[in-house]
Design a protein around this ligand. Structure first.
Ligand SMILES: Nc1ncnc2c1ncn2[C@@H]1O[C@H](COP(=O)(O)OP(=O)(O)OP(=O)(O)O)[C@@H](O)[C@H]1O
Ligand SMILES: [Mg+2]
Length: 157
C-alpha cells in the first residue's frame, strides 16, 4: 500500500501524470476535487485515511509546496504503514506559465497563484521521511521522464 505525494507548480503536469500512470491502481485525492468544501485539508485527510484503512493506495495530487504541507501527509501515511513516495515535478516558472496559458476553462488558474506557489516551493528531501523520491520531467516529445532522486540533488527553482 502506497501513499504517493505529488509536488510541483500549477501546470507542471501532475494530474496528467496521474491519469497516465496511476488512475487504474491508486485512489485520487486532491483539493481540486474539494473546492466547495469548507475545510478541504480536513476532508482530504479523512479521504486519505479511509483509503489507507481499506488498504488502498492513494495519490495526493496537490502542489504540496512546503515541508509543513507534506509533513502532515507523511505522518498520516506512516501511521498506516504505507510506503511514502514523493514525485517532484520539474517546476520551471516560464514553462508552467506557458502550459497554464494553453489550458482552457476552469483548468486554467490565475497566474498570481503560480507566482505565490513558486515563492513557497521547497523541493522535497529524504529527511522529511519519504521512503522513495522521484523527479519527473516532460521531455521535448511530451513523454514523462521519471528518475530516482539523488540524495544530494538540488532541484530547479
Ligand atoms: N507530458 C506532457 N506533455 C505536454 N503537455 C502536457 C504534459 N503533461 C501535461 N501537459 C499539459 O500541461 C497542462 C498542465 O497539466 P496538468 O493539468 O496535468 O498540471 P497540474 O500540475 O495538474 O496543474 P494544477 O496544479 O494546476 O492542477 C495541461 O494543459 C496539460 O495538457
Ligand atoms: Mg492538477
Amino acid at each position: 500500500m502506497q501513499l504517493l505525494i505529488f509536488i510541483g507548480l500549477q501546470a507542471s503536469g501532475k494530474s496528467t501524470f496521474f491519469r497516465t500512470n496511476f488512475a487504474e491502481t491508486h485512489k485520487l485525492v486532491s483539493k481540486d476535487l474539494l473546492r466547495n468544501n469548507k475545510k478541504p485539508s480536513r476532508r482530504q485527510a479523512q479521504l486519505i485515511e479511509e483509503a489507507l484503512q481499506a488498504g488502498a493506495s492513494v495519490v495526493v495530487d496537490n502542489t504540496n509546496p512546503t515541508i509543513e504541507d507534506r509533513a502532515s501527509l507523511i505522518q498520516l501515511g506512516c501511521s498506516y504503514n504505507a510506503e511514502i513516495i514523493g514525485y517532484y515535478f520539474e517546476s520551471i516558472l516560464t514553462q508552467c506559465l506557458e502550459r497554464n496559458q494553453q489550458r482552457t476553462g476552469r483548468a486554467r488558474v490565475p497566474d498570481v497563484g503560480i507566482y505565490a506557489t513558486i515563492k513557497k516551493l521547497k523541493p522535497p528531501s529524504y529527511a522529511e521521511g519519504f521512503h522513495k523520491l522521484f523527479y519527473v520531467q516532460i521531455a521535448d516529445n511530451s513523454a514523462f521522464e521519471v528518475r530516482e532522486w539523488n540524495k544530494n540533488e538540488v532541484a530547479d527553482g
